[in-house]
Design a protein around this ligand. Structure first.
Ligand SMILES: [Zn+2]
Length: 170
C-alpha cells in the first residue's frame, strides 16, 4: 500500500512537468506545452510540402530550410528534461519554408494562401500563448528563443566546412 501511495504521489508530482502537445490543422504546426520559463520557436525547420499550398514566390521569398533546427530543439528539450525533470515550451512549424515562412509578416510569409495563413496564425498564436503561460507561472518573466540555423544546402553537417561560406538564414 505504501508503494502504491508513493507511485500515486510521484504521478501527481510529475504530471505538471509533462509536455502536452497541441497540433494545428493538418499537423502543420505543433505546440509542445512545457512548464519551464523557456519558450522556443522553430520556424524554418519544416519538411512538409503539401500540394494544397503553392510554393512561395511573392516578394523575393527566401525558401531555404534552416538545417537541423527541429532536431536541435528536440535535443535542447531532452537536455532540459534530464537537468530539471521538466520541459520548455516549443513551437514547431512543420511546413517547408517554400510553403510558409512563419518568421515573416503574414503577407510575405503566406503569400496570400488561406491554408498557409491559417498555419501562420496558429504558429504565432502558439508563441503568444506559451509566453503568457510561462510568464504567469514564473512571476512575469520567461526566456524566449527564436531558433534558426544555417541554410547552406551543400553542407549536411555543421561545421564541416567552417563558418566561412555558410549562408546563414535570417
Ligand atoms: Zn531561419
Amino acid at each position: 500500500m505504501k508503494q502504491i501511495s508513493f507511485i500515486f504521489l510521484a504521478f501527481l508530482f510529475w504530471v505538471p512537468c509533462w509536455a502536452q502537445i497541441i497540433y494545428g490543422a493538418n499537423n502543420y504546426t505543433e505546440y509542445h506545452k512545457g512548464s519551464l520559463p523557456v519558450v522556443i520557436s522553430v520556424p524554418h525547420g519544416g519538411y512538409l510540402t503539401p500540394t494544397s499550398i503553392p510554393d512561395r514566390t511573392c516578394n523575393s521569398a527566401v525558401t531555404v530550410t534552416d538545417a537541423n533546427t527541429i532536431e536541435l530543439a528536440q535535443q535542447i528539450d531532452s537536455a532540459f528534461w534530464i537537468a530539471t525533470g521538466c520541459h520548455p515550451s516549443i513551437i514547431y512549424c512543420n511546413l517547408h519554408r517554400a510553403k510558409l515562412d512563419c518568421n515573416r509578416n503574414l503577407s510575405d510569409g503566406a503569400c496570400g494562401n488561406a491554408i498557409a495563413e491559417n498555419a501562420w496564425h496558429e504558429f504565432n498564436d502558439f508563441i503568444d500563448s506559451a509566453q503568457v503561460a510561462a510568464k504567469n507561472a514564473w512571476g512575469g518573466k520567461a526566456f524566449y528563443i527564436d531558433l534558426h540555423g544555417h541554410g547552406n544546402p551543400t553542407s549536411s553537417s555543421f561545421p564541416k566546412r567552417g563558418c566561412n561560406g555558410f549562408a546563414f538564414a535570417t
